[in-house]
Design a protein around this ligand. Structure first.
Ligand code: DGP
Length: 113
């Protein structure tokens, strides 16, 4: 999608610190990390929010989870990590291309704010 910052990262129009990429998924470091390890996992297909997941694209969400597990194993995150997806205004979504935040590298509080 033309004006989507994450689509621009996928198309290599703007740089990102990419840690994983396959045909359907990309993962890169968050530009504004909230934790020592803060990655974003996105489908290469533009899906605006979690509410736009449907029978046509749901397989991509499975691909995201498979990539998360692979990267977590490679980064030896056995002590733990959190996977978060913000959907729409009340959750604080600012980039409308569906994504998971992988947060790790320190103990995390629960519940979030
Ligand atoms: P949210 O939509 O609130 O779930 O979070 C979007 C995240 O995307 C936020 O933590 C900052 C990150 N972000 C925004 N623009 C860029 C960018 O151009 N590059 C990278 N690496 N991360 C970005």
């Amino acid at each position: 999608m033309k004006d989507c910052i994450f689509c621009k990262i996928i198309n290599k129009e703007i740089p990102a610190d990419i840690v994983y990429e396959d045909g359907n998924v990309m993962a890169f470091k968050d530009v504004n990390p909230a934790t020592p390890i803060h990655l974003l996992f996105i489908p290469k297909k533009h899906i605006p929010t979690l509410m736009d997941v449907d029978g046509e694209n749901a397989h991509l969400m499975g691909d995201l989870h498979r990539a998360v597990a692979q990267v977590a194993r490679e980064m030896e995150l056995e002590s733990g990590f959190r996977l978060v997806s913000n959907c729409n205004k009340d959750a604080g979504q600012i980039v409308f291309h569906v994504h998971y935040h992988l947060l790790a590298g320190r103990p995390l509080q629960w519940p979030p704010g």
